[in-house]
Write a protein that binds this ligand. Structure first.
Ligand code: HEC
Length: 134
């Protein structure tokens, strides 16, 4: 009798532990999914903010020189911005190009947006997120 009770209580304990582990695992997966979603949502917000800086004529006014797919009446003094992630795998290098394009080409007509404080650090940062989405 005592043995049977002990067996049942051991079984119950095992079931409880297993259920607890399963619940914990489920919760962790759910938390990961929520974290992934919020990282994605945060990035898409930044890309939208960057697009606004890019298109705003009082900010980047980048469309006056660069075509991006879907843009209306872009200028063509600069190259089309396309396939950027593949062509600029190093985010820092891309940011440096926008911060001060004269480093790569002293005769460039592209304005040094960071060096001349045409854009703030935050504006430059979201702009890079947007350009990398092109
Ligand atoms: C007055 C015209 C002009 C404006 C405005 C301009 N650019 Fe440029 N940009 C150029 C030119 C010209 C080049 C070609 C490289 C060079 O001149 O050294 C270039 C090159 C680039 C490159 C490298 C291109 C590539 O295909 O690898 C990037 C990235 C870039 N520009 C981003 C921007 C962004 C972002 C803005 C707005 C904040 C901007 N440019 C505004 C003229 C411009």
């Amino acid at each position: 009798m005592l043995r049977a009770t002990k067996f049942v209580s051991n079984m119950l304990l095992t079931v409880c532990i297993a259920t607890g582990l399963l619940l914990a695992a489920g919760l962790a997966t759910a938390q990961d999914a929520v974290a992934d979603m919020s990282v994605e949502a945060e990035l898409s917000k930044r890309v939208e903010a960057g697009r606004a800086v890019f298109e705003n004529r009082r900010k980047g006014n980048c469309l006056s020189c660069h075509l991006v797919i879907g843009s209306e009446l872009p200028g063509n003094a600069g190259p089309p911005l396309i396939g950027m992630q593949a062509r600029w795998p190093d985010r820092k290098a891309l940011k440096a190009q926008i911060y001060d394009p004269t480093i790569r080409n002293p005769d460039t007509i592209m304005p040094p947006y960071g060096l001349h404080r045409l854009l703030t650090a935050e504006e430059l940062d979201v702009l890079v997120d947007y350009v990398l989405s092109l």
